[in-house]
Design a protein around this ligand. Structure first.
Ligand code: ADP
Ligand code: ZN
Length: 234
């Protein structure tokens, strides 16, 4: 079933915070023409409502903790049942726990959607550097990097003109907590995914230009194979 027979193919971008999942998802969305589903973006949007649930989400995000499986599972289930996901979709930041992985794999199997998991491998020091240089636009969710992808005008979003900011959870003490959460709760999924459930590929998420990495992933998605021999850099 994982190669996909019924409805489209899902791409699961997997990796630590700062490994480039969001950047890749935005590039790949253009070439595959399927929606980009970022649970982080959805949660930040939900948080802005300022209601009790929004405040709970904000507290967890600000502390670098994960939001409950129940909430994210429900958000994703609703989103992928929309018609624009029929041809496939890109998951960015989900699943992040074994329970989330079990839930999504069951749903994908039920609807006949195949999947490819790409693990973007990036070393710890590079992650710390990238997150320290990351600036985001709270208005349109655009993401910049002071070193590798600066805005045209310092401090201003190219797309919407809003002032750029540092995400609260990109501050150093929170980054440490997020990396801990990744190590404890998310990294174990590698064993789950590499153990033969669906297609799995590891790629070096640093070194090559983001556009080149994206092109390799798109080729794998289009070829419908696991593609590791085709595009994996290790
Ligand atoms: P990054 O991948 O750089 O950590 P995201 O924008 O994907 O950033 O996520 C930001 C925060 O949102 C996470 O630290 C976590 O608190 C929450 N979050 C996002 N996705 C999930 C998920 N699938 N399960 C639980 N919490 C999540
Ligand atoms: Zn913007």
């Amino acid at each position: 079933m994982p190669e996909g027979s019924g409805s489209g193919r899902a791409l699961i971008l997997f990796g630590p915070p700062g490994s480039g999942k969001g950047t890749q998802a935005r590039l790949i969305r253009e070439c595959l023409g399927v929606p980009h589903i970022s649970t982080g973006d959805m949660l930040r949007e939900r948080m802005q409502a300022g209601d009790p649930l929004g405040m709970v989400i904000k507290r967890l995000l600000d502390e670098g903790e994960l939001v409950t499986d129940e909430l994210v599972n429900q958000m994703v289930e609703e989103r992928i049942s929309k018609p624009d996901c029929r041809k496939g979709f890109i998951l960015d930041g989900y699943p992040r726990t074994l329970s989330q992985a079990g839930t999504i794999c069951r749903q994908l199997a039920d609807r006949g959607t195949g999947w490819l998991v790409v693990h973007l491998k990036v070393d710890y020091n590079e992650i710390i550097r990238r997150l320290a240089d990351r600036r985001s636009c709270a208005q349109c969710a655009a993401v910049y990097n002071l070193a590798s992808h600066p805005p045209k005008v310092a401090g201003v979003c190219d797309r919407c003109g809003n002032r750029l900011s540092i995400r609260d959870d990109d501050r150093e003490s929170v980054v440490r907590k997020r990396l801990e959460a990744y190590d404890e709760r998310t990294r174990p999924l590698l064993e789950f995914f590499s153990g033969g459930v669906g297609s799995f590929c590891e790629m070096n998420g640093a070194g090559d230009a983001p556009a080149l990495i994206a092109r390799r992933i798109c080729e794998m998605m289009r070829s419908g194979k696991s593609g590791c021999s085709l595009a994996c850099s290790n």
